[in-house]
Ligand binder design. Structure first.
Ligand code: DP6
Length: 349
């Protein structure tokens, strides 16, 4: 849990030398997907979502308040960020500054250990880390609920990465300030369920259509979207029960139908959004073969061609082998449930 704040040691003349904070956050994979917003400005989801935070691919972000600078500087994996990625970070900093009643520019340095923009949840870990480091650097004292609400303004999936293990993000109710207040993430305690998630990275390149654009188009044009959103409510309540029972087959079946249904809404959008590639389909086929061979394995996919497969930890190596055989060019990684976002202590920086 986010707890420690970076100290701000005073220099010889009493000036603040260290105005920075570093946060680490992990991506999460939704078992019940968030797809579609009802308020784009406030980033309010249309549906509740439920995810597992992973123990791999962390994002590390340092925010340093730089009063002398002419403007914000944003570095992403060692290179200056430009265009939309930079704009999203600057807009997020503006929000943090507004909440903190501050106006100084900042320097942001972000390092991802996951390819950015490839449907591997880099925006979830990215905005969770930025929310935590940004709030600490500007002296905002937020509890985890408020932090998740703040992270949501960057990317709704990021709200869930504030927490470790399983987390739900509420779509909330009402409009405007009421919607903003009621849409946040919170942990879903599931002490006895610790599955493996095997990820087949069939293509690590950036996707052709961003998830933001794809979900907008789906909401606006897909005739299947309303029925998926309705079905998602039932999926969520059944998922909660299945998690509570630690029933991998039920969790997997619900997650798989929820994700395939989401992709169906996109295929029915006009024009269609299709993230699946031939390798994606080959991996999905291998998951069916594993099940036919008696191995409980269930697929989920996000806004990209990569496939994430839920299975028992004892089967993870076998599952990884089967996914790799289906798409030999892919990189296959095994993840487990991971920790929530946290600030680095000074000793760790
Ligand atoms: C398919 O959170 O990246 O991964 O809120 O527009 O930034 P924005 O979208 P984002 O969308 C994630 C969509 C998803 C499903 C999920 O993670 O729930």
């Amino acid at each position: 849990m986010p707890s420690e704040r970076q100290p701000e040691p005073a220099g010889p003349a009493g000036q603040v030398l260290d105005r920075g904070a570093t946060a680490v956050a992990h991506p999460n994979i939704a078992l019940i997907k968030y797809w579609g917003k009802r308020d784009e400005g406030l980033v309010i989801p249309n549906v509740d979502s439920l995810s597992m935070t992973l123990d791999i691919f962390p994002t590390t972000t340092t925010v340093t308040v730089s009063p002398e600078a002419a403007g914000d500087t944003v570095t992403l994996d060692g290179s200056p960020a430009e265009g939309e990625p930079r704009q999203r970070v600057v807009a997020f900093l503006d929000l943090v500054r507004e909440l903190a009643g501050r106006s100084e520019p900042a320097t942001v340095d972000t390092r991802n250990s996951v390819p950015t923009g490839a449907g591997l949840a880099s925006s979830a870990s990215g905005f969770a880390a930025l929310a935590l480091a940004g709030a600490a650097a500007y002296g905002l004292d937020l509890d985890p609920t408020a932090l998740s609400r703040l992270a949501r303004r960057g990317s709704a999936s990021a709200a869930r990465s504030i927490f470790g293990g399983f987390a739900i993000c509420h779509a909330g109710h009402g409009t405007g300030a009421e919607a903003d207040l009621s849409s946040y993430a919170e942990p879903v305690p599931v002490p006895d369920f610790d599955p493996a998630l095997v990820i087949a990275v069939v293509n690590a390149g950036p996707k052709a259509v961003s998830s933001r654009k794809a979900m907008r188009r789906t909401v606006e044009t897909s005739p299947l979207y309303p029925s998926w959103a309705r079905a998602s409510r039932t999926d969520l309540s059944q998922m909660r029960a299945a998690l509570h029972l630690g029933d991998l087959d039920a969790v997997g079946e619900i997650a798989e139908r929820n994700a395939l249904g989401m992709h169906a809404t996109m295929l029915a959008a006009r024009p269609a959004v299709r993230y699946m590639s031939p390798d994606t389909v080959a991996v999905l086929d291998s998951v069916l073969r594993l099940r036919a061979d008696g191995v409980p394995a269930y697929a989920t996919m996000d806004a990209g061609p990569n496939v994430k497969v839920l299975c028992r930890p004892a089967d993870a190596t076998r599952v990884a082998g089967a996914l790799h055989a289906a798409a030999p060019g892919s990189r296959v990684v095994i993840a487990r449930r991971g920790p929530g976002a946290r600030l680095r202590t000074e000793a760790e920086r």
